[in-house]
Design a protein around this ligand. Structure first.
Ligand code: TRP
Length: 372
């Protein structure tokens, strides 16, 4: 069996996503669920392509929605560095869910988490949270229906909820789920309670059951398994989950990560930087043009193809044509890299303009009205 690790703090190796789903006990998004989801406003390419591929209790959420009970959306970001495309992918999907179902969004920025788990000061994590928030807002979330939570600022509201969760989670559960050791700092052991809290926020504020949907990377499941386990005992609905795969690195790895800067595209990258990084991307292509023309390439391992698949080519016909031409040596890696560079740069130019505009509203979209 291939070796891989997926936890909220570490993702390494060749991820077998079916295996992971079995290990976590989440359900596949099957054709019936896809069809059902399609009934609300089409099927997003990330669903159709199996990027969002796993879930918990989606049918329960939709049954309630069909009966007129709206849910709240919740997702988040641990602000440990600049935003890259891998962070943006699930946010883009979240924005689509907000538009499709017309629901409020709570975006949690866990400056506390990154302070506790990384070698960063609270000052660092707050600054990064601000920068990350601009990227989130730039994606076009409804300013009237979207609230940004910064843990150290919104703690007054979150803490009572976190405490209720904490009382229901034993140290042995935390150890079993997250592998804490005696040397782990005690903030880390408590942290899950902070990540659980926003799932119950709307129910708490409205004083009645408000279902919660959390679309995010499947690496976050350990936190939400704990959250779901304690929910009924606290009188809250269990949050429902939609899980995506990790966004691949340009180096051919399974997850884009800031630990390899050259394989990571940041939202603030210049066109020149993008060109350079994509130029170095792993394609699995042959060394010589002649060989490539003769043997063709393999889109299944190619990072450039994966970028089109995950984010930059929504048209299935065009994508299939790209794969076909690659396999038979009709197009070469250089051409694909140029085309992808262009697509990313068009996307980033627009995004960077919206990111600037986000500075105007970033203070008005905070939960509890805190000021950056
Ligand atoms: N732990 C997440 C991270 O490291 C941040 C986070 C907080 C989050 N709440 C969330 C992610 C809800 C997804 C959904 O990035």
């Amino acid at each position: 069996m291939a070796e891989f690790t997926v936890t909220p703090w570490e993702v390494t190796g060749d991820i077998d996503y079916d295996e992971l789903q079995k290990k976590f006990g989440t359900s596949p998004i099957d054709d019936a669920l896809l069809k059902r989801l399609g009934g609300y406003g089409g099927i997003h390419p990330m669903l159709r392509r199996g990027i969002f591929y796993s879930h918990r209790d989606m049918n329960i959420l939709l049954d309630k929605y069909d009966k007129g009970q709206k849910f709240m959306l919740y997702t988040g970001r641990g602000p440990s560095g600049n935003t890259h495309l891998g962070h943006m992918m699930p946010w883009i999907f979240n924005k689509w869910i907000q538009d499709t179902f017309d629901v409020p969004m709570y975006f949690q920025m866990t400056d506390d988490e990154k302070f506790l788990f990384k070698d960063l000061t609270l000052h660092d994590t707050r600054n990064m949270a601000y920068e990350n928030a601009l990227d989130f807002i730039a994606l076009g979330f409804d300013p009237d229906k979207t609230k940004i939570i910064l843990d150290t600022e919104c703690v007054k509201t979150l803490y009572p909820l976190a405490l209720k969760v904490a009382k229901k989670v034993t140290f042995s559960t935390a150890k079993a789920v997250f592998g804490f050791e005696n040397s782990s700092n005690i903030g880390q052991i408590f942290y899950t309670c902070m990540q659980a809290a926003p799932a119950f926020l709307a129910s708490e504020i409205e004083g009645k059951e408000v279902p919660c949907l959390i679309p995010c990377g499947i690496d976050q499941d350990p936190h939400f398994r704990v959250t779901r386990d304690v929910a009924p005992g606290l009188g809250y609905p269990k949050p429902c989950m939609l899980y995506c795969k990790m966004f691949p690195g340009l180096n051919g790895g399974d997850k884009m990560s800031s630990s390899d800067e050259t394989a990571t595209i940041y939202t603030t990258d210049t066109p020149k930087a993008v060109k350079k990084k994509v130029g170095k991307a792993f394609t699995g292509g042959c060394v010589s043009v002649e060989e490539q023309r003769q043997k063709g390439g393999n889109p299944d391992v190619c990072a450039v193809f994966k970028y089109n698949y995950y984010m930059f080519e929504h048209d299935d016909d065009k994508l299939n044509e790209m794969a076909r031409k690659c396999r038979c040596g009709e197009i070469l890696c250089g051409e694909c890299k140029m085309a992808l560079t262009e697509k990313i740069n068009v996307f980033l130019e627009d995004h960077q303009a919206k990111r600037e505009e986000a500075k105007e509203v970033v203070d008005s979209m905070t939960f509890d009205g805190f000021k950056w």
